[in-house]
Design a protein around this ligand. Structure first.
Ligand code: RP5
Length: 184
């Protein structure tokens, strides 16, 4: 069985939590997911942040199975230097909302594709926050994971011109690929 412990930084191969529960203080983005089973999707967020050279940590924290850890992580995130939190969960996906309840940092929600309802449950649980506690919710699954990372880079780029430049280059490359597409 995959470990649900340990801390990982900058796109390591598994989502783990550290024994001390204190993540790398240099991380700017926390990628938090409700279960190890979310990692295959959320590794795409990690890989995107790595592509932009953004220090981050990937951790499994469940709003339901480890509620005090969720509260501890989010309530101390700002003082530990995090600037953005990505919360990914499936089913009764309360994780992003619970994280947002404990911090004023921007929280980006990524609904996981679920077995029972194909992610519609995750989407609604993540997006339908009550007024006052915002969660910026992205698409279900991999596109949401990638876009959450890009959104995080975009937020960080407000005070980091080098990241803004990288985003411009990313868009230019993307457009170039479309322009160069030849249908056969
Ligand atoms: C959620 O329940 C997790 O985010 C995951 O998407 C879903 C299923 O979790 P496991 O039963 O696979 O651990 O909390």
């Amino acid at each position: 069985m995959a470990k649900k412990k340990g801390s990982s930084n900058s796109g390591s191969k598994s989502a783990q939590n550290s024994k001390s529960e204190i993540p790398n203080p240099k991380s700017l983005v926390g990628i938090i997911m409700g279960s190890q089973s979310d990692w295959d999707t959320m590794r795409n967020a990690s890989e995107t942040l790595t592509q932009f050279g953004v220090a981050h940590e990937c951790r499994v924290i469940s709003a339901h199975r480890s509620p005090s850890l969720a509260s501890e992580f989010a309530s101390t995130a700002e003082s530990r230097g995090f600037e953005v939190i990505i919360g990914a969960a499936g089913g009764a996906a309360h994780l992003a909302g619970v994280l947002a309840a404990h911090t004023t940092l921007p929280v980006l929600g990524v609904p996981m594709r679920s077995e029972a309802l194909n992610g519609l449950d995750s989407l609604l649980a993540t997006v339908q926050m009550p007024g006052g506690i915002p969660v910026a919710t992205l698409a279900i699954g991999k596109p949401g994971a990638v876009n959450a990372a890009l959104f995080a880079v975009s937020i960080l780029a407000n005070s980091r011109p080098e990241l803004r430049e990288k985003l411009h280059r990313f868009r230019a490359v993307q457009e170039e690929k479309i322009r160069a597409t030849v249908l056969v």
